[in-house]
Design a binder for this molecule. Structure first.
Ligand SMILES: [Zn+2]
Length: 266
């Protein structure tokens, strides 16, 4: 009860908190006591999107399955597992003052707002994918219908370069949308006209779940990725003047599973 989200591998419990992030190059990877688990962001996104805050995930390999590159498979497994209400208030972090983390023109920002919403803007200088923007108010319904099925994507030229370095070996048209010079290579095309920005929202929801507590507010992101998302969470945790932990409608000291949040709210 009240475990937060925990990955279990080789007898080690790896909490899904940003302090346990060890790499963010192609995916968000966690480690604890020398045991690593890679590519946690799509499962975390599914759990967060469905409002599941306590979850033990047994992992028997170094990486979570990529499935079809989306969160759809995780959503159906989580729903089959029949989530239970723990009958105690889930503390959450309420944003009451904006906080921004930026690098050049890229940024991630937390702003006050009702519920939890995520806005993302991407801008690639590429004929197939240029500028796009979307905002979504996250609920289990909107997550399932609008976000969960959006697949990860990559550019053909990058896939080739990664393969040359021995990375993304499992990457294929079965688990990612691959963007060529003048179109998408996948025969079935896109699942949504704006599938790319939807997947960026999916990733953002998954990374933000690493704060350790659900957030009430708006996350506004401009061209950020896993590395910047984690840097943003560290920045937010180290600036406790703009948010508070609320449980059952009142300000509360205890929640947070992340060490930085515990210190900030002590
Ligand atoms: Zn992703």
């Amino acid at each position: 009860m009240d475990t937060g989200i925990v990955f279990r591998r080789k007898g080690v419990e790896i909490k899904a908190i940003f302090e346990n992030v060890v790499e963010t190059m192609l995916s968000t990877n966690l480690a604890s006591e020398g045991v690593k688990v890679r590519t946690v962001e799509h499962l975390l996104s599914a759990a967060s999107g469905l409002g599941i805050n306590n979850l033990i995930v047994d992992v028997d390999g170094p990486e979570l399955p990529i499935l079809d590159g989306s969160a759809r498979g995780f959503v159906s497994v989580l729903l089959q597992a029949d989530p239970v209400n723990q009958n105690r208030p889930q503390p959450y972090v309420r944003i009451y003052k904006p906080a921004i983390y930026s690098e050049g023109s890229s940024f991630v920002m937390a702003m006050p707002g009702r519920g939890f919403s995520v806005s993302y803007r991407l801008n690639y200088n590429h004929p197939v994918i240029r500028e796009d923007k979307m905002e979504i108010s996250v609920s289990d319904e909107t997550f399932i219908n609008e976000i969960a099925a959006a697949r990860t994507f990559g550019f053909l030229k990058d896939v080739n370069a990664l393969r040359a370095r021995g990375l993304a070996m499992g990457g294929s048209l079965e688990n990612a949308v691959v963007i060529g010079d003048d179109g998408v290579l996948n025969a079935e095309g896109l699942r949504f006209k704006n599938e790319f920005v939807r997947h960026k929202i999916l990733d953002t929801i998954g990374d933000v779940a690493l704060f350790g507590c659900p957030i009430e507010g708006r996350i506004v992101s401009n061209e950020s990725g896993h590395r910047m998302n984690v840097a943003f969470l560290k920045h937010l945790a180290s600036n406790p003047g703009g948010w508070e932990v609320v449980a059952d409608g009142i300000r509360s000291g205890g929640c947070c599973r992340s060490r930085a949040l515990q210190e900030a709210t002590a």
